[in-house]
Write a protein that binds this ligand. Structure first.
Ligand code: MG
Length: 367
């Protein structure tokens, strides 16, 4: 098989309401879609979603880099997946978010060529129930409490709260939410690096009485030592998110015993290939993993769900971004059936693509 042409699209999808975390606010998903065409009938689809404050990439930088990567891949065999990903890394290091769209499209082609759904290509089984939590943006305690109550009434099995502005504000937020939703539904929190070590320890201890499952990324992502200090002093389990982009990051935090869980996102890891390595490292250390998302459409989330179905070590699912979108341009892919539940169809490959009429409205480059 040979890559003949690559189409690159700016995939813009408005949100129902702004998505707000401690380090940024997003009014719409500004994603990139990649279509890899070949000398066969198979087309590979890949999507990535740059939350710029988290990943240091923007839709504009990715659109330009994607052209470079397309030139690197053109004319080559997409089934030699390791070699193609190495080609990209050699050409331009870093930039894992845009690379994840290419990785996804290559896995789509490989599994289509094998004639099986992607999860099966990865050695998995589609026999687990996959329920996502739902994320509440950081806001006033009152607004967060009413959003959390709405999501509980919508049937989501767990709620994730965005925090990170400090003590005592974050404690007031969680208290308001628990007062609204009660204690019969799991609650997770995410500080998105918003606290320093002292604030993190103080806040997490104050939050212990509100029955929190785990806390994502309490302190600055570069500060693995502080993460370890916080973990040792926290009554709440700590999940590394932004501090683990790739497998080398995972190895470092695991070796330091700096976290209880690792959150894997394709837009951080550079795609499925490295995500599998992170799962393996976590599993070797006796650590369970979660998958999370940025602002992907159902296409990117379908790839993520295939990953979930391929590895039993992944036990927490934060697969909610497309539920925040006001439009759904995806054809095929995972199906939302309510109450937080996603169904993964048995379609060959990734099994998802974007409606051509929707793509026609988007800025595009062809290499
Ligand atoms: Mg997070």
């Amino acid at each position: 098989m040979k890559i003949t042409e690559i189409e690159i699209y700016k995939l813009n999808i408005p949100l129902h309401q702004p998505f707000v975390i401690s380090i940024g606010k997003y009014d719409s998903a500004t994603n990139i879609l990649i279509k890899i065409k070949t000398d066969t009938d198979f087309i590979g689809y890949g999507e990535c979603s740059p939350l710029v404050n988290l990943v240091g990439e923007t839709q504009e930088t990715e659109f330009e880099l994607a052209k470079n990567f397309a030139f690197v891949l053109k004319g080559k065999n997409p089934l030699e997946l390791e070699d193609r990903l190495a080609d990209l890394e050699k050409a331009i290091p870093g930039n894992y978010t845009i690379k994840s769209a290419f990785d996804m499209a290559l896995y789509d082609l490989a599994s289509k060529n094998a004639g099986v759904p992607l999860y099966k290509f990865l050695g998995g089984s589609n026999n687990r129930d996959i329920y996502t939590d739902m994320t509440v943006s950081i806001d006033t305690p009152e607004k967060m409490a009413s959003d959390a109550l709405k999501f509980k009434n919508d049937g989501f099995p767990s709620i994730k709260l965005k925090l990170g502005s400090g003590y005592p504000e974050d404690v007031k937020r969680v208290e308001a939410v628990r007062n609204a939703i009660g204690y019969d539904i799991p609650l997770r929190i995410d500080a998105n690096q918003g606290w320093d070590t002292v604030t993190a320890i103080k806040t997490l201890n104050a939050l212990d009485k509100f029955d929190i499952d785990h806390c994502e990324e309490p302190v600055a992502k570069w500060n693995n030592k502080a993460l370890k200090t916080v973990r040792d002093a926290s009554p709440i389990a700590i999940m590394a998110d932004e501090s683990v982009f790739d497998h080398r990051d995972a190895f470092r935090v695991v070796a330091m015993e700096a976290c209880d869980y690792i959150n894997i996102k394709l837009s951080k890891s550079g795609g499925i290939n490295t995500a599998l390595k992170i799962v393996a490292i976590a599993e070797s250390a006796g650590i369970k993993t979660q998958v999370g998302c940025m602002l992907e459409s159902r296409l990117g989330l379908t790839a993520l769900t295939h990953l979930v179905a391929s590895r039993n070590n992944i036990i927490h699912f934060d697969i909610d971004s497309s539920l925040m979108h006001s439009e759904d341009p995806v054809i095929g892919g995972i199906k939302y059936v309510g109450n937080g539940k996603w169904i993964l169809p048995e379609t060959v490959g990734l099994g998802a693509e974007i409606d051509l009429a929707f793509l026609d409205k988007m800025e595009k480059a062809i290499v």
